[in-house]
Ligand binder design. Structure first.
Ligand SMILES: C[S@@+](CC[C@H](N)C(=O)[O-])C[C@H]1O[C@@H](n2cnc3c(N)ncnc32)[C@H](O)[C@@H]1O
Length: 270
């Protein structure tokens, strides 16, 4: 089996930046094991018959998360489909920011705008057992996936998912807002897995800022006193999104991801 993993890694290296990890995840999936168990037992295990077919799908450009149907995010595992963005490690920056801000006590109420698979809301509810939350998305397909994830994670009693256009019609205030809107400019060149993801989760006008412009005016009425909003940004958007949010009379700070790139605008009330 180590030889099969090596050969699969070599064949994926031409098309994937994460060839070794891809091969390991697909091998673990074919064996019905966690990646950790597969790696520990690899010398004793045979190569499953469908492994080559899985590697061929990956080599043809299908994302690993679509092949195996799941993606790990923060402390949870989420189902994902072509209707949802595949949750990114970069987006965990928003949860880290909330953990730093609220500590163990956590928020009571959470609003996730553009919830997709439910990744951000469900990660927050898994983190803080007393919290309840609302996830909004314009995509009916994504909402189906999010509701399924909430049920599988046994978080559905505390999570509501609703179809909507950003915060239109959302009433009340929330301790924590988690917002990861589309932020890619329509002419930006893209390659790799992202080409298999829904355009409605990715693109936001010529400069990638259209959805921030729509969301920002609602922030002051949605953030509870003492609360905060964590808004994901592209790494060159800190100044422009920060200015949009500051123009609403909110305090603004920028938080970086693990690569040291601007990744999140933090908004709090003055
Ligand atoms: C970048 S994805 C984020 C998904 C998820 N929150 C995550 O971090 O993995 C953006 C999401 O916003 C949703 N969206 C796009 N336009 C929207 C709108 N006008 N109102 C609500 N959601 C919208 C998309 O369907 C997509 O699920």
């Amino acid at each position: 089996m180590p030889d099969a993993l090596r050969a699969a890694t070599d064949s994926l290296a031409r098309s994937s930046d994460t060839a070794r990890l891809d091969a390991e995840l697909l091998m673990a999936h074919a064996l019905g094991l966690s990646r950790g168990d597969m790696l520990m037992r690899q010398r004793d295990l045979g190569v499953p018959s469908d492994f080559a077919a899985l590697i061929a799908r990956r080599a043809a450009g299908e994302p690993v998360a679509h092949i195996i149907g799941t993606r790990d995010f923060w402390t949870i595992t989420l189902a994902v489909t072509p209707d949802t963005l595949i949750p990114r490690p970069d987006s965990e920056t928003l949860i880290e920011a909330a953990v730093d801000y609220f500590g163990a006590q956590g928020p009571q109420t959470v609003l996730d705008l553009g919830t997709g698979s439910g990744a951000l809301l469900l990660a927050a509810l898994a983190q803080w057992p007393q919290a309840r939350g609302l996830g909004i998305d314009a995509s009916a397909g994504a909402l189906l996936v999010a509701r399924g994830n909430a049920a599988r994670l046994d978080l559905d009693a505390r999570a509501e998912f609703r179809a909507g256009d950003w915060a239109t019609g959302v009433e009340g205030v929330f301790d924590l807002l988690l917002i990861n809107p589309p932020y890619i400019g329509v002419d930006e060149p893209l390659s790799g897995d992202v080409l298999r993801e829904p355009a409605s989760a990715l693109f936001a006008g010529a400069d990638g800022l259209d959805d921030y412009r729509r969301i920002a005016p609602d922030l002051p009425r949605l953030i509870a006193p003492g609360g905060m909003a964590a808004i994901e940004i592209g790494h060159r958007q800190g100044d422009s999104v920060g200015a949009l949010v500051a123009a609403q009379g909110l305090n603004v700070a920028i938080r970086c991801d693990l690569a040291g790139l601007d990744r999140c605008v933090i908004a709090t009330r003055t």
